[in-house]
Every structure is written in structure tokens, then in C-alpha cells.
Design a protein around this ligand. Structure first.
Ligand SMILES: NC(=O)c1ccc[n+]([C@@H]2O[C@H](COP(=O)([O-])OP(=O)(O)OC[C@H]3O[C@@H](n4cnc5c(N)ncnc54)[C@H](OP(=O)(O)O)[C@@H]3O)[C@@H](O)[C@H]2O)c1
Length: 270
């Protein structure tokens, strides 16, 4: 029985634990290291999993660690666990944003099988997407285990090199905020056109969810779908003309480049 231990029992860990239990993993396979008593009690109550405030006690029992603490504390947490990790040599799956796998491996004492991942916020409702990258030490079986864990919170895809995780961060990691920003603007514009806040919000959210689902189910590219919904001389064409004149493509190019550059800077600082 493979034992999976979460180091840090916050929002993302809860999303993955809930997903794993729903997809058939037994609560006896899951352990959590969580320092905060209230959070620990709620993890025990909600999921029936073993929770301990001592990270090393948890590491000693685990075949796989899922590092789910904030980036600022990861170095300290990893260094404090290094001796137990070296004794047990578990697979280490990191969901921590921006920390390169070489730094993590070094903090853990070296020679560790690491899968670095970049999930996103919709994982909290089971609709996340996570990109994964494994180091040379990770076996095929360990890669499959990492993928299985992250699949509990949505879909997954592998990237061929670690640098691409910065691009992933720019697209899907930070991406939910771009859609929130667009939806925020649409709600405000709907209100300016006379709709109530509730009406504008309901229309915007249903349109966003519907457009995403349609694009997922369709064999056409999003560019083709956009053309199909844009009759010449119609209302959609009028709106898109304004967006194009104001450089929407360039805005997204610049925005995603800025996110990607920032991800690389943060990784260099780690
Ligand atoms: N949320 C997202 O959308 C998202 C997306 C992509 C990646 N991520 C990554 O996922 C990671 C977790 O994010 P989150 O939103 O789940 O954060 P979170 O809710 O703050 O969870 C982190 C948990 O770790 C605990 N912790 C702190 N110090 C610890 C220690 N020394 N040992 C063990 N546990 C400790 C925290 O306890 P206290 O509350 O007591 O500090 C907290 O319960 C982050 O690194 C983030 O970069 C998150």
C-alpha cells in the first residue's frame, strides 16, 4: 500500500486529498504534516487521515511526499526533513510555485527523485490543470504516481524541460486571474449598459463556462469558433473590432511574457 504524505495541509493539499479519496484512494494511505492545531483537526474530521505536527514523523512513514507549503518556507521545511528523506528516499512531488528542482534536491540532501508540478487554482473545485516535470532519478512508476496524485484535482500534462514550467505558470498558473479580470470588466460593462450586478454576473459567468466547455468539446480551434460566432457586420464583429484596434493580442503577449519573466526571476532568487 503506497503511502502518500502531504507536507502542509492547506487549500491545495485539501483539494488533492479530497480528490484522491473520491477516486478510490483509502484514507489509510494518506498522511498530513500540518503545524496548525485547528487545520489538523479539520483534516482529521473531514478526511479521516492521520495528521501530525512533526514533519519528520510523517516522512518516516511515507513512500511519496507532496510538498504543499508556501514557497517562502520551503527551504527551511526541506532542510529540516533532509535526514529523514535521505533515510527513506521517498518520491518527492512539489506543487510549490517557482522553486527549481535542483534547489529542492539540494535542500533535501541530494539524490532525490523529484517531480515538480505547477497546478492552478481551479484545482480547488476539481477543474485544475497541472503541468509536471520529473528529474532523471524519478522512475516510470514514480512518474505515474505523481500524475495520479495531481489528476485528483483535474487534468495533467507533462512538459519536456523545467524551463517550460515558467511558460506554464504564465498561461495556466496565473491564467485564472486573467479570466477573472476579463469577467470583472464584462460585469462592469454590463452594469454600465443597464443590467443589475446580479444579472451581469450571471450572464458573464454562464458565458465564460459555456464558451470554455464548447471549446473543449469542439474539434475546431478557438480561432475557428470565434470566426463562427462573428457574423460580418454584426454585434460581435463590432465588439471584436474595438478589441483588435486596441491591441488585445499584444496586451496578452506582453502580459504573459511579463508573468514568464517574473517566474524565471523568482526561480533564480530561490
Ligand atoms: N492555491 C493555488 O492556486 C496554487 C496554485 C499553484 C501552486 N500553488 C502552490 O501550492 C502551495 C500551497 O498553496 P496553498 O494555497 O495550499 O497554501 P496554504 O493554504 O497556505 O497551505 C500551506 C499549508 O502549509 C502549512 N505549513 C506552514 N509551515 C509548515 C511547516 N513548517 N510544515 C508543514 N506545514 C506547514 C500552513 O500552515 P499555517 O497556515 O499554519 O502556516 C498551511 O496549512 C504553494 O507553494 C503554492 O505556490 C498554489
Amino acid at each position: 500500500m503506497t503511502k502518500i504524505a502531504f507536507i502542509g495541509g492547506g487549500n491545495m493539499a485539501r483539494a488533492l486529498i479530497g480528490g484522491l479519496l473520491n477516486s478510490g484512494t483509502s484514507s489509510e494511505q494518506l498522511l498530513v504534516a500540518e503545524p496548525q492545531a485547528e487545520a489538523a483537526a479539520s483534516l482529521r474530521r473531514d478526511f479521516g487521515v492521520v495528521v501530525d505536527s512533526n514533519n519528520n514523523e510523517i516522512v518516516a512513514q511515507a513512500d511519496c511526499l507532496v510538498l504543499a507549503v508556501k514557497p517562502q518556507v520551503l527551504k527551511q521545511v526541506a532542510q529540516q526533513m533532509a535526514t529523514s528523506v535521505q533515510a527513506k528516499k521517498p518520491l518527492v512531488v512539489s506543487i510549490v510555485a517557482g522553486i527549481p528542482m535542483d534547489s529542492l534536491d539540494q535542500w533535501l540532501g541530494g539524490g532525490v527523485s523529484v517531480v515538480r508540478t505547477m497546478p492552478n487554482m481551479p484545482a480547488l473545485v476539481g477543474l485544475g490543470i497541472t503541468a509536471l516535470f520529473a528529474n532523471q532519478r524519478a522512475s516510470e512508476q514514480q512518474r505515474q504516481l505523481a500524475e495520479q496524485i495531481l489528476s485528483a484535482a483535474g487534468s495533467t500534462l507533462w512538459v519536456e524541460n523545467e524551463v517550460l514550467l515558467d511558460a506554464v505558470t504564465a498561461v495556466s498558473g496565473s491564467g485564472p486571474a486573467y479570466f477573472f479580470r476579463v469577467m470583472e470588466a464584462m460585469v462592469e460593462s454590463g452594469k454600465a449598459l443597464g443590467l443589475s450586478a446580479e444579472q451581469a454576473t450571471e450572464l458573464t459567468l454562464a458565458t465564460a463556462a459555456g464558451a470554455a466547455e464548447l471549446a473543449r468539446q469542439s474539434d475546431h480551434s478557438v480561432a475557428t469558433l470565434r470566426q463562427q460566432v462573428t457574423s460580418p457586420g454584426g454585434t460581435t464583429a463590432a465588439a471584436l473590432e474595438v478589441m483588435n484596434d486596441q491591441g488585445i493580442g499584444q496586451i496578452f503577449n506582453d502580459a504573459l511574457q511579463a508573468a514568464c519573466d517574473r517566474a524565471a526571476e523568482l526561480a533564480a532568487e530561490a
